[in-house]
Design a protein around this ligand. Structure first.
Ligand SMILES: Nc1ncnc2c1ncn2[C@@H]1O[C@H](COP(=O)(O)OP(=O)(O)OP(=O)(O)O)[C@@H](O)[C@H]1O
Ligand SMILES: [Mg+2]
Length: 255
């Protein structure tokens, strides 16, 4: 699905990514953990072709960047982030926002087909927000907005879905809803999730692999059960901590 080889990226005299070699195979789902400023979002922007690295090579869905039209590949990559929320028109109703995902635009300008509207409503239903179809974006709660954004991204039927801290600002219950919905998306197959978070407990069992980013480099990568241990994470965060597993999820406490 994805192969990055020795990526180097610097901007304005600062090295942001270095020695990034990372492969994602079909049917894997990855969680990406790292402190603020460790390069997670930058890495995902490289993957999406928004940023061009200064060295290394990128292959996504069998296509090598530099030899293909990035816009074509981008259609297969969904992007969800708390930051993107700003881009939506606050007065658009939820149904229009979800439909705009199908047309690959932030706003709808074209006349929408009846079949697409039905598909949009079904997608809202899947995320438990069908009753909000006609509610303007500005009135939606943070949790509803996040669900809507994921629903919107799925309308384009992406092969890769990038979620950059989608649980930011959610209460514990709403966060749990979103996480469970995400697990369903993962279980439905035909999609690879890349999930960025600061919170170890958000790394659900559906994530087969974990990538640990530190100071622009990969600190470690591998299977979830091997990386989410006290020893690895204490070294990673440079802090003594304990990990407890509950429902096959790791919960972290600082010692
Ligand atoms: N154009 C740029 N010029 C200089 N520095 C930059 C540029 N873009 C990003 N950086 C720096 O690169 C580092 C990595 O940023 P990035 O947004 O990838 O971090 P992150 O891991 O996503 O952090 P967070 O968890 O806070 O979202 C930061 O220190 C940031 O300030
Ligand atoms: Mg970030």
């Amino acid at each position: 699905m994805i192969h990055l080889e020795n990526i180097l990226l610097y901007r304005n005299g600062k090295t942001i990514l270095r020695n990034i070699t990372w492969s994602v195979e079909k049917a894997q789902h990855w969680a990406i953990l790292g402190l603020n400023g460790s390069g997670k979002t930058t890495l995902l922007k490289v993957l999406n072709g928004y940023l061009w690295p200064n060295g290394g090579s990128i292959e996504v869905l069998g296509q090598t960047y530099g030899k293909v039209d990035i816009r074509e590949i981008r259609k297969s990559i969904g992007w969800v982030s708390a930051a993107m929320i700003e881009e939506f028109d606050r007065r658009d109703p939820a149904i229009e926002i979800v439909l705009s995902g199908k047309y690959g635009a932030i706003r709808l300008f074209e006349k929408v087909k009846e079949r697409d509207i039905q598909e949009g409503v079904a997608m809202l239903e899947r995320f438990g927000i069908a009753s909000l179809a006609n509610r303007e974006f500005e009135y939606l709660s943070a949790g509803e907005r996040q669900r809507l954004q994921i629903a919107r991204a799925l309308m384009a039927k992406p092969e890769i879905l990038i979620l950059d801290e989608p649980c930011t600002g959610l209460d514990v219950i709403e966060r749990e809803h979103l996480l469970q919905t995400m697990a369903q998306v993962a279980a439905d197959g035909n999609i690879t999730l890349l999930y960025v978070t600061h919170h170890v407990e958000e790394v659900l069992p559906c994530f087969s692999h974990v990538l640990l980013m530190r100071e622009g480099e990969i600190f470690a990568q591998g299977e979830r059960s091997e990386l989410l241990t006290e020893q690895v994470l204490s070294n990673f965060f440079r802090h003594s901590l304990t990990i407890q597993y509950e429902n096959d999820r790791a919960w972290l406490a600082i010692k």
